[in-house]
Design a binder for this molecule. Structure first.
Ligand SMILES: Cc1cc2nc3c(=O)[nH]c(=O)nc-3n(C[C@H](O)[C@H](O)[C@H](O)COP(=O)(O)OP(=O)(O)OC[C@H]3O[C@@H](n4cnc5c(N)ncnc54)[C@H](O)[C@@H]3O)c2cc1C
Length: 388
């Protein structure tokens, strides 16, 4: 007989299905030996302070302040970025503020930030204005997590399933964790419903597992080996536009349209999904090399201290708004085709931008993928503005 958390004997429990949502405890994953490490070696430390931190206080530039209406930047999750790391500021309903450093383990070893004192010292040298704003705020707690990212060999099986962090976890930037919980739960609910209806579900479990793994693999390309770019003021804003475009073009519309279990749709649109995957698979190393060459100091057109306001890109917020559209099959297929064309245009624009800075930069396969397309647009130009 098993023992419960209080040490008391627990009677066996019988269930038709077991769904593990135990987070990092990974109860079932451990029992089934399904844990799988990945190469995204990143750590996080985080803590809470009493009171709110308002980035608007950090500048007296009226133009910059007026860009946020109402001027309440503190209400957002704010990200402060630098080479190999990002730092979050999240206001909590309790009136406290959550703060966290997420970083590449090699560029910023955990032993340099694994206590509140060390984390503040680290912050003073990288983000002195933020560190100054935190002085005097009472600290409520402090935690850290080493190598927070991991995969899983299998998440859906014979009347068992893993969801959320009980299965796998990518990275907190862009918050894909909640997406993957939603996706896994939708797959699991579908499998349980098939079983309850008395229909076979093993083939679906295998297929959903492959899809889930492919979503994980594709999304991982946004993070693995890319943390050095977080300090590049020229490349990071472009990467963020690209990463969101990739997400809003493919995975997000499939889920938002309630089609994540629509197997016929994956069959119909397979060439488009393959093309989107290939574009992203080429774009990520291009961005990485652009950043590496900037860091090496051989840019022909160095960064000019400008900032990028995503709201200045019309098609970008339309891509996001369109996620709410209700579409029949034909309209949905046409939407995905249009989204791929949008990715192609953006890829061509980014490639041209990168080569304007580093002539002859390797396209990592983009030249072949984009051959025959019209001259790249300049859709990002309107979004750049002079820094405060
Ligand atoms: C550094 C970092 C920062 C993040 N920041 C954000 C963010 O800002 N926004 C965001 O949306 N997401 C964020 N995430 C992701 C988010 O935390 C996860 O996606 C989410 O918490 C995972 O939810 P879950 O239900 O899978 O696991 P959990 O939230 O860990 O829930 C698992 C639950 O199972 C319980 N449990 C475990 N073992 C047992 C047992 N034996 N019996 C009973 N219960 C048990 C645990 O107590 C827990 O309540 C972040 C993740 C990390 C690593």
């Amino acid at each position: 007989m098993d023992l419960g958390r209080d040490g008391a004997p627990q009677p066996p429990v019988h269930a038709r299905w077991v769904v593990d949502a135990s987070g990092r405890a990974g109860m079932l994953k451990r029992q089934l030996g399904l844990a799988e490490a990945n190469d995204h070696d990143a750590n996080a430390v985080w803590w809470r302070v009493e009171g709110l931190i308002d980035p608007n206080d950090w500048s007296d530039d009226d133009g910059w302040r007026a860009r946020c209406t109402p001027p309440d930047r503190w209400r957002s999750t704010n990200h402060m970025c630098g080479t190999g790391y990002w730092f979050w500021l999240i206001p909590l309903a309790s009136g406290a503020h959550s703060l966290g450093i997420v970083c590449d383990a090699k560029l910023h070893p955990l032993d340099g930030m694994d206590s509140h004192d060390k984390a503040m010292e680290w912050l003073r040298s990288r983000q002195p204005r933020v560190a100054a704003a935190l002085e005097g705020h009472a600290v409520k707690d402090f935690r850290y997590l080493r190598h927070f990212s991991y995969g899983c060999r299998r998440v859906f099986g014979e009347r068992w399933a893993l969801t959320g962090e009980a299965g796998l976890f990518l990275d907190p930037f862009y918050s894909p964790g909640s997406d993957f919980i939603g996706i896994a739960n939708t797959f699991i609910a579908d499998l349980v419903a098939r079983d309850r209806a008395g229909t076979p579900f093993a083939a679906h479990a295998a297929l959903y597992g492959q899809l889930y793994q492919s979503f994980y693999d594709s999304t991982m390309t946004l993070y693995e080996g890319q943390y050095a770019l977080f300090g590049d003021e020229q490349v990071l804003p472009v990467k963020v536009i690209w990463d969101y475009t990739f997400y809003w073009a493919l995975l997000a519309p499939v889920f938002a349209a309630g089609r994540i279990t629509d197997i016929a749709m994956y069959g119909r649109l397979r060439p488009l999904f393959e093309r989107g995957r290939a574009l992203n698979a080429a774009m990520q190393p291009l961005l990485r090399e652009w950043g590496e060459r900037n860091a090496a100091g051989d840019a022909e057109a160095p960064a000019q201290g400008r900032q990028l306001d995503q709201h200045g890109i019309d098609w970008f917020h339309e891509l996001n708004r369109a996620l709410a559209d209700a579409l029949d099959d034909d309209a949905f297929d046409a939407r995905i085709a249009g989204n791929i064309a949008r990715m192609e245009a953006l890829a061509a624009e980014i490639l041209a931008r990168a080569r304007a800075v580093h002539a002859g930069l390797d396209g990592h396969g983009l030249d072949a993928l984009l051959a025959g397309l019209p001259d790249p647009p300049r859709s990002l130009d309107a979004a750049w503005y002079a820094a405060a």
